[in-house]
Design a protein around this ligand. Sequence first.
Ligand code: DOR
Ligand code: ZN
Length: 335
Amino acid sequence: MIYTLISPLDMHLHLRDEAMLKVVAPLSAHSFSGAIVMPNVVPPITTIEAVIAYKERIVHAIGNNVFEPLMTLFFRDDYSREFLEKAALHVKALKLYPSGITTNSEAGVASMDIEVLRPVLEAMSDLGLILCVHGETNGFVMDREKEFGSIYESLASAFPKLKIVMEHITTKESVALLDTYENLYATITLHHLLITLDDVAGGMLQPHLFCKPIAKRYEDRDALLHVSLKAHPKVMFGSDSAPHPIHKKECCGCAAGVFTAPLALQALTELFEKHNKLANLQAFVSDNAQRIYGYKPLYKEVKLIKAPFCVPSSYDNVIPMFASQTLAWSIEHVL
Ligand code: DOR
Ligand code: ZN
């Protein structure tokens, strides 16, 4: 059995920098046609010069693969309109992190007060720049995303022309917001479609499944599956593939992030086939994103075949999800 995807896109990806970039960038670039690249490197991407230089390092790291890195800026509330006008020539989106909420987010916003954010959000709205948000408060870990819901609602009503992407949603409440506000969209990861908190911490602690936002309850996973499998027009695949070296995962003080980029399309195909929804996978991994971002990707054909794929035990010093396990689908070739 064969299934072909055209120009798959990963709308939320961490490529890191330096040695790690050289390991992970070719893996995404092999099977995806493009990706929204997160700016939470060290230091975060906050200038146009940094965007251009980071993009050059990515393009160098991917070699001959057909792949377009779609760059983002790290959101700051003190950017000027003039700066954003120039930035709009180089980035599709700005990524907003509440300060300290996750990996390398210390330079994020200290306050989600709309009046503080207004000048930047108004300029973004006028310029057609997309706002990508890590939507968690610093409350109880299982409630952080749900508590952020009212902030999404305020942002969506205050800036009705601004496209807001709720990144890596994990709750049924976030899913419900999609049908309430015209300008709210969402990315959904592979791992949040497959696991719950039980898989992370219900038995022996699984550091390679630990991420932010943390996987939630069964009913939350069901809600995510429901909108993904039907390729709800406002959801897009975004892996949030977030590599950390093994010594930062298997230690006291485990870093958050699940590394899925090299197996994401194979596992998604297995999942959609299992639910008899293969016909919707193309929209979930590319067509919806093209429409939402107003983006025409580079042409790429990824031919998947129903044949076992043994996920490597590691990629250099990074342990992937499903390490040493076998998936039902593999990538036969990429054109
Ligand atoms: O698990 C996560 N890892 N969540 C994030 O929001 C950031 C990411 C990372 O950069 O490692
Ligand atoms: Zn992320």
